[in-house]
Design a protein. Structure first.
Lengths: 219, 535
């Protein structure tokens, strides 16, 4: 269980701050919706460790994460865009999810498996800059599979995709998340993303998280 | 806990420590050199015995630098305008030709001018064969200095300004084209607002280059009336052994250069502009196009003719020179010095720039970068004088210290350009990809090998090529430390000219030019290809 307990933060120079409390359970998607500038990215940055809260606790299964720098947190992130290093191939990008000490043959095997799992079998040698937006996000998802951290943060991951692509990519995320039992936090202002993926929904209003009742189960 | 930076930049304390150590080392060297210069001045109890008129030197140096700046900006603007408009086979070659001006050694341009316009030059030979009498062209003196500087700095300005014109947004051009703007309206409404922001900073750089010009003034100055500070320092220290005068001149030179550097820093930075030139085509009317062709033809002729002369004259008499062991020693020494200086420049630049990119603390970023930029205000001759005095103070024979000093001095002189070239892309990577790198927990080595090196390898290749070519063409430092056994190609060229061995000089100049152009063209490509293969 990921718990934010009265986590507060104020951006320098801004009068009003944020005060976040929420819970996200393993194997489910917890969605956070809100208008642009409402604080969705701030929330993810606090969980990921890119911002340090002025007060409050961020706990994963009872262990406090606040003192940990971003690279030490048990978290994977799927960014809205620029999730890949464009000069590397799809396989090289995915391989960044593995420890550098992984033997070459083992690395190649795991990367091929992960790319196949996201429906990109055989695309490994292709340069990332030549991939479509949806393919890039799936390569990033393959990397997330290889990293296999217990928490997955989705930062509007389908916003930059073509109209039809999110519909094809969402089920992949949902399946991967369920199979690995990740705690997934999704921020988005797209109703479709939230309806399809989320079991629990929060809305950001006036710098705070408000729990909403969901009327439909995730599809 | 991260100690040096924000949470969105990769946490690299070791990089920062290495960068700070390099910066402290460089700053300490600056202090030591100035202490050596000041100490030498204090020890000189004799009155200066050089007959040097400091106010005249300042006026002369400033006049030629000011005229060079005005002429270079004017010619550069005209050439950039013509090149931006015209499309023709071989255009990339012409753009590359102007781009190479930044690394063309001044001594080659001066020699090329003599080969074309001098008493025994092509033009005079043609005139004599046609009319029977020699043509008196004032190639020595202010005219010759300005012509050489115009070739070097006018082409450099053209390449920089062309990059600005190429960067004009397509939408703005389409709007102008749809309104049917005339060539004059187009220049006034679209081009000029784009160019004018770059002109002050570019002008300051050209003024600095001309103010500190050494080989051109040495070869084409033609006597004390046209001497500049840089040549006067060399003459006082090396020929007259008058350290008091040399030190006074050196301190004056550094003070003026520091003022120019500070002034230049207030202007908009000049972007690197050595890539290819691509922009949408919008042809002007026939009249302006004729003017553009004339401007371009004159520019190509002015820049390429001296270079072509060097190659033709040099290769025709190269046989005897190739048979001399001293020539091959010079080639080997030049290549070794240039390779070592280029490698050192790259290592220092990476050390400093990786550290600067790893922090967003303004004070720390300034601490790391500022010492390298100090060498912009220290011309090669002054740096050489400082090293010369420093090694003497330490009881080391200048000849014994020469190889190390020449490599270090040349690396330091190229360092500001290197930091300005690879610093911004490394900064951009850290800022745009910092979150991703941190979230993936990439190690510093993995970050460098997988992310930074593939992306900045072309710039690194450019840095190595620039430092190599600067060092290959250096005459200022080697003039102080060169000996009979330790001589580079520019020193051999200078000696050959001094001894009126024109054929030898032409052959050496041709080899230098071929090496310079080959390095400048091939090295960046090799680096880019190696990074491509690695990525």
């Amino acid at each position: 269980m990921l718990v934010l307990d009265d986590v507060t933060y104020t951006h320098p120079g801004q009068p009003a701050g944020y005060r976040f409390s929420m819970e996200a359970a393993a194997g489910t998607v917890t969605a956070v919706r809100g208008a642009s500038g409402s604080g969705k990215s701030t929330l993810l940055d606090l969980i990921a460790g890119f911002l340090r809260p002025t007060a409050g606790r961020i706990e994963l299964d009872g262990a406090d994460l606040v003192a940990l720098p971003p690279e030490r947190r048990p978290i994977s992130i799927l960014f809205q865009s620029e999730s890949l290093f464009e000069h590397l191939s799809a396989a090289e990008n995915a391989a960044l999810g593995l420890p550098p000490s992984t033997a070459r043959a083992e690395r190649d095997r795991q990367v091929a498996t992960a790319l196949a799992e996201v429906g990109l079998d055989g695309i490994g040698p292709q340069r990332s800059e030549t991939l479509s937006g949806g393919q890039k996000q799936r390569v990033a998802l393959a990397r997330t599979l290889l990293r296999n951290r217990p928490v997955l943060l989705l930062d509007q991951p389908f916003s930059a995709l073509d109209d039809d692509t999110p519909a094809a990519t969402r089920p992949l995320v949902s399946t991967s998340m369920s199979r690995h039992g990740w705690i997934t936090v999704l921020v988005s202002h797209h109703v479709d993303d939230i309806e399809v993926l989320a079991r629990r929904v929060y809305a950001i209003e006036n710098g705070a998280l408000l729990r909403e009742e969901t009327t439909t189960a995730p599809r | 806990m991260p100690r040096f930076n924000s949470l969105t930049l990769p946490d690299r304390p070791i990089r920062i420590l290495i960068g700070v150590a390099i910066a402290i080392g460089i700053a300490a060297l600056v202090v030591l050199l100035f202490l050596a210069i000041a100490g030498a001045a204090a020890q000189q109890d004799a009155t200066p015995h050089s007959t040097i008129d400091l106010p005249h030197l300042l006026v002369m140096t400033s006049t030629q630098a000011g005229l060079t700046t005005i002429l270079s900006l004017t010619v550069g603007t005209a050439l950039a305008w013509a090149l931006n408009r015209l499309r023709f086979p071989g255009r990339d070659l012409v753009v590359g030709l102007f781009g190479s001006a930044i690394v063309t050694p001044g001594i080659l341009v001066a020699f090329g001018l003599l080969a074309v316009w001098g008493r025994s030059g092509w033009v005079n030979g043609l005139w004599r064969s046609l009319f029977g009498t020699p043509l008196d062209i004032p190639i020595f003196g202010l005219g010759g200095i300005l012509a050489a500087h115009l070739i070097l700095d006018g082409a450099f300005a053209a390449r920089v300004l062309l990059a600005r014109l190429d960067a004009i947004p397509t939408a703005r051009l389409k709007t102008g084209q749809s309104l049917g703007l005339t060539a004059l309206q187009r220049f006034a409404i679209i081009d000029w607002p784009t160019l004018r922001g770059t002109l002050p900073g570019l002008g300051a750089i050209i003024f600095l280059l001309a103010f500190t010009s050494f080989p051109v003034v040495l070869l084409l100055g033609g006597g004390p009336a046209n001497q500049t500070l840089e040549v006067a320092i060399y003459q006082a220290a090396k020929l007259d052994f008058d350290l008091t005068t040399a030190v006074t001149l050196a301190l004056t030179q550094v003070a003026v250069c520091a003022l120019i550097v500070i002034a230049a820093a207030a202007f908009a930075p000049v972007p690197p502009s050595l890539g290819s030139s691509r922009s949408p085509t919008w042809q002007d009317a026939a009249g302006p196009r004729t003017v553009q062709w004339i401007v371009l033809a004159a520019g190509i002729l002015g820049f390429a003719l001296p270079m072509l002369t060097i190659i033709v004259d040099g290769l025709s008499g190269i046989g005897p020179v190739l048979a001399r062991p001293s020539f091959w020693n010079g080639v080997l020494t030049s290549l070794m010095i240039a390779s070592a200086a280029a490698t050192l420049t790259l290592l220092l630049a990476f050390g400093l720039c990786l550290a600067r990119a790893s922090t967003d603390r303004a004070g720390l970023r300034l601490t790391v970068a500022a010492p390298s930029y100090a060498y912009l205000a220290v011309p090669g001759i002054v740096l050489a004088l400082g090293f010369f005095l420093l090694v003497r103070t330490m009881g080391i024979l200048p000849a014994a210290a020469a190889p190390v000093v020449v490599v270090v001095a040349n690396a330091l002189l190229a360092l500001p350009f290197a930091v300005a070239t690879i610093g911004p892309p490394l900064d951009a990577i850290a800022r745009s990809r910092g979150k991703l790198i941190r979230s993936l927990d990439l190690s510093g080595v993995r970050q460098f090998l997988a992310v930074e090196w593939p992306l900045v390898a072309p710039e690194a290749g450019l840095v190595v090529a620039l430092a190599f070519c600067f060092s290959l063409g250096d005459l200022g430092v080697i003039a102080f430390f060169g000996t009979q056994d330790f001589a580079t190609l520019p020193l051999l060229l200078s000696r050959a000219l001094g001894a009126y061995r024109t054929n030898d000089a032409a052959a050496i100049a041709a080899i230098m030019l071929v090496l310079t152009v080959a390095t400048f063209v091939l090295l960046p490509k090799l680096f880019a290809r190696s990074a491509h293969a690695r990525a």
